[in-house]
Design a protein around this ligand. Structure first.
Ligand SMILES: [Zn+2]
Length: 220
């Protein structure tokens, strides 16, 4: 059975890193709207310019744009054996559109990474990024671990923008989590642990969920 996984979780939960690691372990693509939007911004296309203005305000690009990007991406051959979605869907409208896109494929598995708000604010206000290669770094690092480049605070991580991002996330994710929570393929894991522990929980949760979805009579 294909692993069609949606990762949910607030900014600062480590969702992107965990999604990347799981995708690599399973040999399926990690599909991140963040990466796709950054590519568009760097390429300087019209949609990229619009996205940059919106993201610099701490807001999100429109559903229609994201859904169009996703439909095209999930149609590619490498996503047939499965995929890990990071950052999509972000709204109920996107989730409903995604259900349409994946009609006829194996069921969507949804994993929500939960982290208390105070921990998120602490993590986000100390997050650094390499000015040369774009790698993320921890608050205690002084140079990039990948290329020794200079570390700077992420442009979108000043205090006001951190709070706005969390506010937007909570406002939009509550109905999204409610949309998925009723499904037999919804799981939540504890993201307030060391990254390796979170990954172990994620991998075990995915294994168990795939096994139970493959045997419909034993769904919980
Ligand atoms: Zn670097």
């Amino acid at each position: 059975m294909a692993l069609n996984l949606i990762m949910l979780g607030p900014p600062g939960a480590g969702k992107g890193t965990q999604a990347e690691r799981l995708a690599r372990a399973r040999g399926i693509p990690k599909i991140s709207t963040g990466d796709m939007l950054r590519e568009a911004v760097q390429s300087g296309t019209e949609i990229g310019q619009q996205a940059r203005v919106v993201m610099n305000r701490g807001e999100l690009v429109s559903d229609a744009v994201m859904i169009g990007i996703m439909r095209e991406r999930l149609d590619r051959a490498d996503a047939r054996p499965g995929f890990v979605l990071d950052g999509f869907p972000r709204t109920v409208a996107q989730a409903a559109a995604l259900d349409g896109i994946v009609t006829g494929r194996d069921p969507l598995l949804v994993v929500d990474i939960e982290v208390p708000e105070a921990e998120l604010v602490r993590r986000l206000s100390t997050r650094l990024i390499c000015s040369d290669c774009g790698a993320n770094a921890a608050g205690e690092d002084t140079v990039c671990g990948r290329c020794k480049g200079r570390l700077v605070q992420r442009a979108d991580d000043n205090d006001d923008v951190v709070r706005e991002r969390l506010k937007v996330y909570h406002r939009e994710s509550a109905p999204l989590v409610a949309y998925y929570r009723v499904r037999p393929t919804f799981r939540s894991i504890n993201g307030a642990q060391p990254a390796d522990r979170v990954f172990d929980d994620l991998a075990a949760t995915v294994e168990a969920a795939v096994a139970s979805a493959a045997k419909p009579g034993e769904r919980r």
